[in-house]
Design a protein around this ligand. Structure first.
Ligand SMILES: CC(C)(COP(=O)(O)OP(=O)(O)OC[C@H]1O[C@@H](n2cnc3c(N)ncnc32)[C@H](O)[C@@H]1OP(=O)(O)O)[C@@H](O)C(=O)NCCC(=O)NCCS
Length: 183
């Protein structure tokens, strides 16, 4: 399994310590604020609320700096064919002033680990290829997996356990909340 080193990364001297932990109910408004500030519309913030309401936030992590939520990553179930559910990584956001310090990396790495522990066998993401390759993602099309959104090579997959990927299963379906997602 590819290791990225994010998990053990500590903040440089003089920088606020960042901790990553599961969301708590008191975090919900702060999570909304992170997404509204990070994307051009409130669609992602709404998506997170819909996923939570439907019981589909399988893993939901916040990054906290100085007691303030500065980042969030959501992981929700996906299906392909009749095999066991995988998990989709989305959305991920970090407040602008805290970016490029590895916070998203820590959220994604911890999230993948938590999903593996929760019994998920595979994961997908629609995102930048150079970025997600560091976690072990690769083009899903090479594995016979397609997305519903025409993501092309941005649609990537990885196994969370050996032989966990439903290779060749075709279309990967995200949770129903994604169907009402519009920007
Ligand atoms: C994408 C985002 C979450 C990255 O947060 P971050 O804490 O700065 O990420 P990290 O510090 O772990 O990684 C930063 C690095 O990855 C790159 N990167 C991370 N996500 C990326 C993405 N979606 N597209 C392109 N590059 C990305 C950055 O350019 C940077 O590159 P570098 O290491 O060569 O400098 C943040 O920029 C953000 O909130 N953007 C707006 C929301 C968004 O687009 N989310 C992703 C889609 S759900």
């Amino acid at each position: 399994m590819k290791r990225t080193g994010y998990a053990g990364r500590s903040s440089p001297p003089g920088e606020t310590m960042i901790s990553v932990r599961p969301e708590e109910s008191a975090d919900q408004e702060a999570i909304r604020r992170v997404h509204v500030a990070s994307f051009s519309t409130p669609a992602e913030a709404r998506l997170v609320d819909l996923l939570r309401d439907a019981g589909h936030l399988s893993v939901s992590l916040v990054a906290v700096a100085g007691g303030v939520v500065v980042g969030h990553a959501a992981f929700s179930p996906v299906t392909a064919g009749t095999g066991p559910a995988g998990v989709g990584v989305a959305p991920v956001a970090v407040l602008r002033e805290h970016r490029r310090r590895g916070i998203a990396g820590r959220l994604v790495e911890r999230g993948i680990e938590d999903c593996r522990r929760a019994g998920f066998r595979w994961a997908v993401v629609l995102g930048d290829r150079n970025y997600y390759a560091r976690f072990g993602f690769r083009a899903a099309a090479e594995l016979g997996l397609l997305d519903e959104y025409g993501g092309g090579l941005s649609f990537q997959a990885m196994e969370l356990v050996p032989r966990g990927l439903p290779v060749g299963a075709g279309l990967v379906r995200y949770a129903p909340a994604f169907a009402s997602f519009s920007r």
